[in-house]
Design a protein around this ligand. Structure first.
Ligand SMILES: Cc1cc2nc3c(=O)[nH]c(=O)nc-3n(C[C@H](O)[C@H](O)[C@H](O)COP(=O)(O)OP(=O)(O)OC[C@H]3O[C@@H](n4cnc5c(N)ncnc54)[C@H](O)[C@@H]3O)c2cc1C
Ligand SMILES: NC(=O)c1ccc[n+]([C@@H]2O[C@H](COP(=O)([O-])OP(=O)(O)OC[C@H]3O[C@@H](n4cnc5c(N)ncnc54)[C@H](OP(=O)(O)O)[C@@H]3O)[C@@H](O)[C@H]2O)c1
Length: 419
């Protein structure tokens, strides 16, 4: 990495030439690509807007969170989870694993730098990545210039806050799920949880555990599956069945088994989509909920299920069925979005929704040295698969260029670059 400051010059920002790729994001995806590159001796720079690695896990998730898939599906390339970890590691254990991962592979991101724009310069065939320092009161800009750009800023970079009539007039607390830590402070309170994905379901359970009175909004339909079927992870079972059977058949098997374990969820106001859980995930990216106890609380009446919202008033919410509920607080478990369209000036590879246009398994590589890691809607397993493919591809390009340079420069004039 070579850098120079030009505070008084025409660009007024620090300029950094990067040998190898710039990786945007130090979450699991960015770390996994970094580790794979490190092993092959390829230099890189990781840029992270936060002041720590895995900021989603460290700063924007609730206390009781555990990985919801077995650990064998969640470990990153080249380092297994410690043997003593349980089948479903806690958030704390996962963060400890990632800290150890970064240390083992000597990954040192540029913290507190947020990528504001990244653009391919056709004239010089290089990426120009501009960051703004997010540390302290004075903002400084840096421009990184590189041949390859790995986008690893995450599918869940920003919390989605929907516009709902009257929400601004509601006088109680309104937070997004990313800012929810625990139900402790909600004891005795009536809390409306908007959304019934994995976040909405688990936050409702947490609120109920802390003696709050949650009402969960289910405006459309959702597949709720048990986390385990006959002692085996449902995900593991589905993966195994998919090796032999078509998707529609696996969907039907899962739904029949689910019916035996969870009963008819429709009885409790949770309609099932017409497409099966895996088909829906594959075609529309909608994740099924893996139940870890919420359904039991719905059955017992500790968690109320309500339909769509019409509007909020000062201290209440009106539902589309005409019912009005008095509420103290609102938690928006309304999902997340990618922030790629806000900073990446490229429209061929990435779509408007901030995901690669090409579906899995081919959405990891664009043109001109552009890569996407962790946009497969397949969680940590998808991030690992991307990292391996991306690092192998970069290594190929890197080695080819290195050989090319060696052939061009007489051996007595070769210099060793530092990074
Ligand atoms: C509540 C919750 C629970 C989850 N549980 C699971 C689970 O159990 N199993 C599973 O497989 N998946 C789970 N997921 C999905 C999860 O997103 C991934 O597993 C994993 O975090 C993806 O890693 P990532 O590195 O791609 O994205 P992230 O973890 O989001 O990391 C992206 C990083 O990029 C940084 N960044 C973003 N924009 C910029 C920018 N412009 N400039 C600089 N840095 C930037 C962010 O600060 C962040 O640190 C969960 C998601 C949520 C929200
Ligand atoms: N490890 C874990 O246990 C765990 C925990 C939490 C999250 N996660 C993962 O994190 C990712 C995000 O999950 P998520 O649950 O936060 O988001 P999500 O799956 O996108 O769910 C968002 C929910 O909000 C609802 N919604 C959005 N706008 C609404 C509105 N205006 N009114 C009413 N409802 C509205 C959606 O309903 P519609 O379906 O009708 O649009 C949906 O139910 C997923 O990949 C998930 O698996 C994992």
């Amino acid at each position: 990495m070579f850098s120079f400051s030009d505070q008084n010059g025409f660009c007024g920002r620090r300029c950094v030439w990067v040998n190898g790729p710039v990786i945007v994001g130090a979450g699991p995806s960015g770390l996994a690509v970094s580790a794979c590159l490190k092993e092959q001796g390829i230099p890189f720079v990781v840029i992270e807007r936060s002041d720590c690695i895995a900021s989603l896990w460290q700063k924007r998730t609730y206390d009781r969170l555990k990985l919801h898939l077995p650990k064998k599906f969640c470990q990153l390339p080249k380092l297994e989870f410690p043997e003593e970890y349980p089948e479903y590691p806690s958030k704390k254990q996962f963060i400890a694993y990632l800290e150890n991962y970064a240390q083992k592979f000597d990954i040192k991101p540029q913290f507190n730098e947020c990528v504001q724009s990244a653009k391919y310069d056709d004239a010089c065939h290089l990426w120009r990545v501009i960051t703004v320092s997010t540390n302290g009161s004075t903002q400084s800009e840096t421009e990184y210039i590189c041949q390859m750009l790995v986008v690893a800023s995450g599918e869940n970079a920003e919390g989605v806050v929907p516009e709902i009539d009257g929400l601004k007039d509601f006088t109680g607390e309104v937070i997004h799920a990313k800012d929810y830590k625990s139900g402790e402070k909600y004891a005795g309170k009536k809390v409306l949880v908007v959304g019934c994905g994995n976040s909405g379901m688990e936050l409702s359970l947490d609120l109920s555990n802390h003696n709050a009175k949650p009402s969960m909004v289910v405006r459309s339909s959702v597949h709720v599956l048990p986390r385990e079927i006959m002692g085996k992870s449902t995900f593991d079972l589905a993966t195994m069945l998919m090796k032999w059977l078509p998707l529609w058949l696996v969907d039907n098997i899962l739904l029949i088994l689910t019916w035996f374990i969870l009963g008819d969820t429709q009885k409790y106001g949770i309609k099932r989509p017409s497409l099966g859980p895996l088909t829906l995930k594959n075609h529309h990216g909608k994740t099924p909920v893996l139940d870890i106890g919420t359904l039991e609380r719905i059955r017992s009446g500790d968690i109320d299920v309500v339909g769509g919202i019409k509007r909020f008033n000062h201290t209440s919410v009106e539902l589309v069925n005409g019912e009005t509920l008095d509420i103290d607080s609102v938690v928006l478990a309304t999902g997340y979005s990618s922030n790629v369209p806000y900073w990446l000036q490229e429209t061929e590879f990435f779509a408007k929704n901030g995901f690669p246009k090409t579906p899995f398994p081919n959405g990891w590589k664009g043109k001109c040295g552009l890569y996407a890691s962790g946009f497969t809607r397949r969680g940590l397993a998808g991030a690992s698969a991307d990292a391996i493919k991306i690092s192998q591809d970069i290594a190929k390009v890197w080695k080819k260029e290195l050989n090319h340079k060696k052939q061009k420069v007489p051996s007595h004039r070769r210099c060793i670059s530092t990074f």
